[in-house]
Design a protein around this ligand. Sequence first.
Ligand SMILES: Nc1nc2c(c(=O)[nH]1)N[C@H]1C(S)=C(S)[C@@H](COP(=O)(O)O)O[C@H]1N2
Ligand SMILES: [Mo]
Length: 414
Amino acid sequence: MSQHNPRSRRAFLQAATAAAAWRSLGLAVPYARYLPIGLMPVVATAAGEDILASLGKPGLKLLGDRPINAETPAHLLDDAVTPASRLFVRNNGVPPESVGDPDLWELRVHGEACLKPQTLTLAELKRQFRPVTLQLQLECAGNGRGEFRPRTSGNQWTTGAIGCPEWTGVRLADVLTHCGVAGNAVYVAYKGADTHLSGDANKSPISRGAPVAKAMEKESLLAFAMNGAPIPPVHGAPLRLVVSGWPASVSGKWLRELLVRDRVHDGEKMDEGSYRMPCKPVAPGAKVPNDEMCIIGSLPVKSLITFPESGRSVALGTPVALRGHAWAGDRAVKRVDVSTDFGATWQTTRLKAPVNRLAWQHFDTELKFSQPGYYEVWARATDTAGHAQPMLVPGWNPKGYLNNACHRIAVQVV
Ligand SMILES: Nc1nc2c(c(=O)[nH]1)N[C@H]1C(S)=C(S)[C@@H](COP(=O)(O)O)O[C@H]1N2
Ligand SMILES: [Mo]
């Protein structure tokens, strides 16, 4: 094995991870001699828990280990500000192994429509621009994909690819203005320091971006801290983009380059249907040509019940406290209603204003149940433009994006 060949090093690490996973089963594997090297056990519990523990994320659900993807059960998203231990992980490639001294981390700003291309260290970014702290939601556009029928390929997220930590950084607009944005600028794109799963150094796992107007919003950040601490390695240390309200795939981690493009960015996962919806609705299962797929912008209105945990038993006669969060892409949420009778009647909840634009909002109410038995609580948010969440899974699309159907939890009254 050569330590210098990234592919063989990666293969070695993968084999070591798999071997550890098989050992952690604590059982004899009678046919171990036939096991392909690097294969993970399908009973992923012990192995998955090892990986999650090593990331400091106990209780999350591992959806895949190569690349690592993990989502957060709804009841673990109860905090007003999502702690690092409970933020979902979505990797497309292999994260950089070591980033060295964060202050020496270099960000290169260039592109056809950049007037003064230059490289800035993280120390220079911190010194030259005003720091900003904002609470900003990140949601994967594929959150909810697991409910689409026919199934669509990709991580089968249920409800847990959302979180809303507090970020500290500098404004992307300040840095872009400093580097000069030409009149013909169209898009601002990123490149990160993670590498492609294939080991091909010329390929990027993901390189996306946003139109200049979105990039220049005062909430778009180059973040170096999360919840008052340096960004954890898995979330993009030491520097990442946070462009909230849009697919979190725009929020590039391990940020190495910003490109001010004179065209719509054409990096990895900008095309071939990635992070695109059919421009016009299609029938479930339809094949949609690439030129009829449109790039996703602001995400739709959505909500999550974070307390009580689904499946809990409660005592008859005692009012039940219910709470959760709601968010609506670039917009705010106007109201959240809940139903305990499968949508026949709705009661409105107390809804707080966001701490800042593009932060999720908290709702709470008390529920009363008149008889023992099985109930479901459904939550439905409505945004400031009057759009409400659908009850059923909306608009099937080939890649399984933008499922904003109402969240349901089970409550047993005894
Ligand atoms: N460099 C880089 N940036 C990235 C990704 C990635 O794989 N590499 N994944 C993107 C996607 S698809 C999502 S949903 C978010 C996830 O952010 P998180 O892992 O910090 O929750 O990061 C985005 N930024
Ligand atoms: Mo994502």
